[in-house]
Every structure is written in C-alpha cells, then in structure tokens.
Design a binder for this molecule. Structure first.
Ligand SMILES: Cc1cc2nc3c(=O)[nH]c(=O)nc-3n(C[C@H](O)[C@H](O)[C@H](O)COP(=O)(O)OP(=O)(O)OC[C@H]3O[C@@H](n4cnc5c(N)ncnc54)[C@H](O)[C@@H]3O)c2cc1C
Length: 285
C-alpha cells in the first residue's frame, strides 16, 4: 500500500526535485543553507542502485546549472548506491558521483546508517576522501561506543564531519542507550571537532547541545565561519531562523523523493508528538 504524501509533508520537502527547488529557494531567502537528500536506502537490486546514482547525477547537474543560486551541497546514503549488494559496485557508483560533484563544485556528505555498515562506510569514505578531499565528508554518531577513535581519525585526515546523536536502533554492545551519556559524548566530540576538525557540522535540535556549542566557541575564540549548525527540514524551524539571524551558519537537511517511508518512520520514532501530529492530519485529510 502506498501511503499518501501529505502525511510526510512536514518532514519531506516534495516527491520530485522540481517541486523541491522552490522550497530550497524559500529557505535560502530566510538566510538558511541546505543539503539536499534524494531519499532511498537499503537498495538490494543493482538496477535500482544505478537508477539512484543517476538520480544523484541529475541532482548534481541541476545544482551546477543553477549557477550559484542554489547551495551545492548534497547528502547520500551508501546503501542507496549498492553498499549492501557489493562494496566494489558501490565504490564505483560513489566515484562516479564524486567525479561529477567535483566538476560542478558540489559537496557530497555521506550519511551514516546502522552499525552493521559503519566499518564499511568509513572504509569506503577513506578511499574516496583520499582523492576528493574537498568534495566529500562523513557523519559520525555520538551514540556509538567506537566514535571517540573515529573522531580522532577524521581530525587527523582533516575530513569534514557532521556530528549527530544517531538515529537507528542499536544494541547496548555497540551503542550507549542513555540520553545523558549520549549527550555528554556529543558535547565532548563537538569540542574536539570545533577545535581540531575541518568545518564540522553540529547536527542537533537539542537546546542543551546548541547552547554548549555556542558557549564553547565563544570561550575559545572560535569564529562562526569554522563550523555550522545543522537541523532537519521541518524541525525546530524557529530555532533554525534564530541561529541564522544570530550570525551562525545554519544548514537544513532537505529530503525529497518518493521513497520517504523509512526516513519518515525514524522521525516519528524520535518523538511521540509527531505520531499525534500525523494522526491528527490523517483524520483531517
Ligand atoms: C542535519 C542532520 C543530519 C542527520 N544525519 C544523520 C545520519 O547521517 N545518521 C544518523 O544516524 N542520524 C542522523 N541524524 C539524526 C540524528 O542522529 C538524531 O536522530 C536526531 O537529530 C534527533 O536527535 P537531536 O540531537 O536532534 O535531539 P533530540 O534529543 O532527539 O531532540 C531535541 C529536541 O529537538 C526536537 N526534535 C528532535 N527530533 C524531533 C523530531 N523528529 N520531530 C520533532 N521535533 C524533534 C524536540 O524539540 C526535542 O525535544 C541527522 C540529524 C540532523 C539534524
């Protein structure tokens, strides 16, 4: 059964790229940067992975053709490019995407997925980063117990990192489960990244962590052009606008496309109020 798109509208910009571009222009008009994510993940068919790659190539071309009017920044999940089918095939797709991205001066952020692919994702990232250091970045998740070492490694590589808490259900053997521990780790990694990292993205809607970041950079004389805040489309839009107005770089992650159900489900799981929001709209619609 295909769910109607209006359910997802709060979190997903549109089902097509064409309909997403006005949303991006509106966000730019509010002083916000964006990263565009063509939704899709866990692809298990080569043909579909190639289609996904071609969709991303179109996106890169569209951003290049816009001639600076639109932010040249995209986010991609490797499972969409065939990571779970064959790593070599995925790497080839990623190289093709990065070659096009470099040609159009587009920055590609490799999203982080479940812990079963963390090692593979970092391995593939290290390979491509060696060749495209200015055009590719990675995501690290504060809930994973391994992340302290990954933060250090990415700082040594001078790689651009987006730091987030982590959105997948993970067992206690690999991931911290308590919010106060995850928050504390996030704070520590944020401090390392804004001090030693390369233009990190501090991706959270959590007021405590936003305040901790603002306080830390102010106390250490770290200027606002050395990092950015990142939030998801449709979440805490007032805070997004306020941070931008206060002179911080604020990037909004804008997902679009017809394969929105897994992304949408993660957003619902994060917050029970979202389930009520959707149910209310369902009965209204
Ligand atoms: C730009 C960006 C990119 C991301 N990329 C990845 C990635 O590659 N891999 C990955 O595993 N995770 C990713 N995430 C998700 C992240 O790991 C968290 O699951 C998510 O951000 C919720 O954690 P939080 O720190 O925002 O704070 P929380 O403690 O969950 O929330 C703090 C407050 O923010 C608001 N809020 C948070 N979530 C929601 C929501 N869904 N709906 C409404 N309000 C909400 C509420 O006011 C809440 O009280 C990304 C997040 C962002 C912002």
């Amino acid at each position: 059964m295909k769910l109607p798109f209006f359910l997802a509208r709060r979190f997903v910009a549109a089902e097509t790229l064409e309909d997403t571009l006005p949303v991006v222009r509106r966000l730019h008009g509010q002083g916000l940067h964006v990263t565009l994510d063509h939704l899709g993940e866990h692809i298990s068919d080569r043909r579909l992975a190639e289609q996904a790659r071609d969709g991303y190539l179109d996106l890169v071309q569209t951003l290049g053709d816009a001639g600076g009017e639109l932010d040249r920044n995209i986010s991609v999940k490797l499972s969409m490019l065939g990571q779970r089918i064959d790593e070599a095939f995925c790497l080839d797709n990623l190289y093709r995407l990065l070659e096009a991205a470099r040609g159009q001066e587009v920055f590609v952020r490799v999203d982080m997925e479940g812990s079963d692919v963390t090692e593979s994702t970092l391995g593939l990232f290290e390979k491509v980063h060696a060749e495209y250091p200015a055009h590719v970045g990675i995501v690290l998740q504060a809930y994973l117990k391994r992340t302290r070492e990954d933060v250090d490694r990415m700082c040594e590589m001078n790689a651009r990192v987006r730091l987030c808490k982590g959105a997948y259900r993970e067992p206690a053997s690999v991931a911290h489960q308590k919010m106060d521990v995850i928050r504390e780790r996030f704070g520590e990694y944020m401090e390392t990244l804004v001090t030693r990292g390369h233009y990190p993205g501090i991706a959270t809607h959590d007021d405590l962590l936003i305040e901790r970041t603002k306080t830390f950079v102010a106390q250490h004389g770290i200027s606002n052009d050395r990092f950015e805040f990142q939030m998801l489309f449709g979440i805490r839009t007032d805070t997004q606008a306020r941070l931008a107005a206060d002179g911080y770089n604020m990037r909004v992650y804008v997902p679009y496309g017809s394969m929105w159900v897994p992304y949408f489900t993660r957003r619902l799981r994060e917050r029970k109020e979202n389930v009520f929001f959707v149910l209310r709209n369902l009965f209204r619609g």
